[in-house]
Design a protein around this ligand. Structure first.
Ligand code: HEC
Length: 141
């Protein structure tokens, strides 16, 4: 059959797909949810999503651009948890006031502590990995 080569190409593509998938999932530390200091911090990300903070703020340079990047907000210019909670509670210029519960307040602060401890937020300094994720040193860290 003159179209046999197409079958070979197809077979090679299918094989490559499975081989690459196998490779990706066998990479050590390949995990989406890592880097949180605690369960509270992980819940804090859900609070962050629930109140749509990412529609106006960036994390690691990604997100909305109406407000500033908040990856390192807790360590910039002496800003602390009290300041952050005050801004969330009262709003600020274009930022709406958000009425968080006490638990949500604790969790979002733990989330921000965790992102702050994870490094700096300039994505240009990150290394792209083979699986499309980014890391600080190219080894998943
Ligand atoms: C509608 C857009 C919008 C949403 C949604 C929003 N913010 Fe903001 N936020 C802003 C803007 C704009 C500013 C900067 C205001 C200014 O110029 O002083 C800001 C400022 C802040 C600041 C102060 C940053 C600094 O460096 O002084 C913090 C902290 C903050 N927002 C946290 C949050 C959190 C947490 C959420 C989710 C609960 C959130 N924001 C949701 C628009 C938003």
């Amino acid at each position: 059959m003159k179209d046999n080569w197409k079958r070979y190409v197809f077979a090679i593509l299918v094989f490559s797909f499975f081989a690459f998938s196998l490779h990706l999932y066998s990479i050590k530390n390949f995990e989406y949810r890592k880097g949180y200091n605690s369960k509270l911090a992980q819940n804090g990300e859900l609070v962050w999503q629930k109140y749509n903070c990412q529609s106006c703020h960036q994390m690691y340079g990604l997100g909305g651009y109406l407000g500033p990047d908040l990856t390192n907000v807790l360590s910039v210019n002496g800003k602390n948890a009290t300041y952050v909670l005050a801004v969330i509670q009262t709003g600020n210029k274009q930022m709406p006031a958000n009425n968080l519960s006490e638990d949500e307040k604790t969790e979002i602060i733990e989330f921000l502590k965790s992102t702050d401890a994870s490094g700096v937020s300039d994505p240009k300094s990150f290394v792209k990995q083979v699986n499309g994720m980014i890391s600080k040193d190219g080894n998943g860290n």
